[in-house]
Design a protein around this ligand. Structure first.
Ligand SMILES: Cc1cc2nc3c(=O)[nH]c(=O)nc-3n(C[C@H](O)[C@H](O)[C@H](O)COP(=O)(O)OP(=O)(O)OC[C@H]3O[C@@H](n4cnc5c(N)ncnc54)[C@H](O)[C@@H]3O)c2cc1C
Length: 415
């Protein structure tokens, strides 16, 4: 069993985190078994923004080439107020993002990202993907783990060096080993829809939402994000509202609820709620990430399983991608000291996740501001140049997760 265990990594969950980790570990010479509870990988029907800190990793892993032809590279992120559609600020992207941060800022359909990750994973003979297989339990030994899997009623035991929980916000791996942190309802619900560019609402939107931008419409009751996907054949829409809509993941939202919230906005936003229906609901969970993300016997959490972030900085998937590559590179760099590699992973990742979370809270505060606070926000934003706004994001988008920082030298004790 020891020989079987030595380079064997088991990953629970084949979402963005799990697929990226599988590729990163296989590239480092590990043998990966990737187990996904769903019988087939779902075509999650919505868009996602991939900032340069994420695309840099995807390029390094050979995934980005598989997105050519479907991903769109927007010219800018524009922030507008939803009542009058006035432009408040613009962060330049496109070639300027590539020059500044060394990698592109892209927007894609999630299904296209998943297809790209799968296509790349299939080129690695050392990745075995099993669907319809739910991680049910795990026994931790002094060196290594034995994982129990429920494969359509059959229980299978698999020995491994490392178990990675990439199983999302409701993570089973987190619950093993007493990682007793539960996701809480953030109180926000995402309303998601995709409209075809050549539909009546797609054409009407073109007047208010430049086709080459990610546009954020700020309003005290919601914020709406729109951007092109599928080689610009469609527009992805996400409205994030507090409380309204309730429902379970994937349920249809009642357009009348959204229409009521958006009633005091400019056309075509005012009629968007009804004309862009159906809207799919996504209640947003969040989690205090202060529980442990690793166990020295050989378990690590990545992505939403470790730290489900609210989507106000559009960084949940980017952080999952960064986690995946950094964990793989650390374990590869310290093969005889898994506990040390896992401890280092946590030490490196925690401050960054915390900072991203704070940035998301700042965005939420700014985008949902009302009255005098909104007035001051508008004044401040309009005075800031695109270059100034971009510079504030250098720490986030310029981060290179493909390179491990040199270990900090211990300070010599004062004589
Ligand atoms: C409205 C909205 C907009 C967003 N926009 C952005 C954005 O623009 N940019 C960005 O970077 N992020 C964004 N995010 C965040 C991003 O979607 C998530 O952070 C990311 O998808 C998390 O990926 P994951 O692989 O960690 O988890 P998940 O996608 O939840 O994947 C977990 C997988 O594990 C499987 N699983 C669960 N339990 C088990 C088990 N016991 N055994 C085996 N398999 C199991 C599940 O079936 C699933 O396939 C957004 C989120 C929301 C809600």
């Amino acid at each position: 069993m020891e020989a079987q265990r030595s380079r064997q990594v088991v990953i629970a969950g084949a979402g963005i985190a799990g697929l990226t980790a599988a590729i990163a570990f296989a590239k480092n010479g590990f043998s990966v078994q990737l187990y996904e509870q769903a019988k087939q990988l779902e075509d999650a029907g919505s868009g996602i923004q991939l900032s340069p800190n994420a695309t840099r990793v995807l390029a390094h892993l050979g995934v980005l080439d598989h997105l050519t032809g479907t991903a769109v590279e927007p010219r800018a992120v524009a922030i507008r107020d939803a009542r009058r559609l006035r432009l408040l600020a613009e962060v330049p992207l496109g070639t300027r993002a590539e020059e500044r941060w060394g990698a592109p800022y892209l927007v894609v359909h999630r299904a296209d990202l998943q297809t790209a990750l799968l296509a790349r994973a299939r080129r690695e003979p050392d990745i075995k993907l099993v669907t319809g297989a739910r991680l049910a339990d795990a026994a931790f030994h002094q060196r290594g783990v034995t994982v129990s899997l429920d494969v359509t009623g059959d229980v299978r035991e698999v020995p491994c060096l490392l178990l990675i929980g990439a199983d999302g916000v409701g993570s089973t791996v987190r619950k093993l080993g007493n990682r007793d942190a539960r996701a809480e309802d953030s109180g926000h619900v995402a309303w998601r829809s995709t409209v075809r560019r050549d539909s009546a609402i797609g054409k009407a939107l073109a007047k208010a939402m430049p086709a080459d931008c990610v546009t954020v419409y700020a309003h005290p009751r919601f914020h709406l994000v729109g951007y092109p996907i599928r080689a610009d054949a469609a527009v992805n829409l996400i409205a994030i509202v507090r409380g309204a809509g309730g429902g379970k993941r994937g349920e249809r939202g009642d357009p009348a609820v959204l229409a009521h919230l958006m009633r005091r906005t400019a056309e075509p936003l005012r009629s968007l709620a009804r004309e862009a229906a159906p809207w799919s609901l996504w209640p947003i969970g969040e989690m205090q990430a202060d529980h442990p993300w690793t166990g020295s016997a050989g378990v690590a959490l990545i992505g939403d399983a470790a730290h489900a972030l609210t989507p106000f900085a559009a960084q949940g998937a980017a952080m999952a991608i960064e986690d995946a590559i950094m964990l793989a590179n650390l374990v590869a760099a310290m093969p005889d000291d898994i506990a040390g590699a896992l401890a280092r992973y946590e030490t490196l990742r925690r401050p960054r996740i915390k900072r991203v979370d704070s940035r998301g809270r700042l965005n939420h505060f700014a985008w949902h501001a009302r009255g005098p606070v909104a007035f001051i926000r508008n004044l401040v934003l309009r005075r800031r140049s695109g270059a100034q706004l971009a510079a504030e994001l250098d720490w986030l988008y310029g981060f290179d997760a493909t390179r491990l920082p040199a270990p900090e030298k211990k300070k010599k004790a004062d004589a």
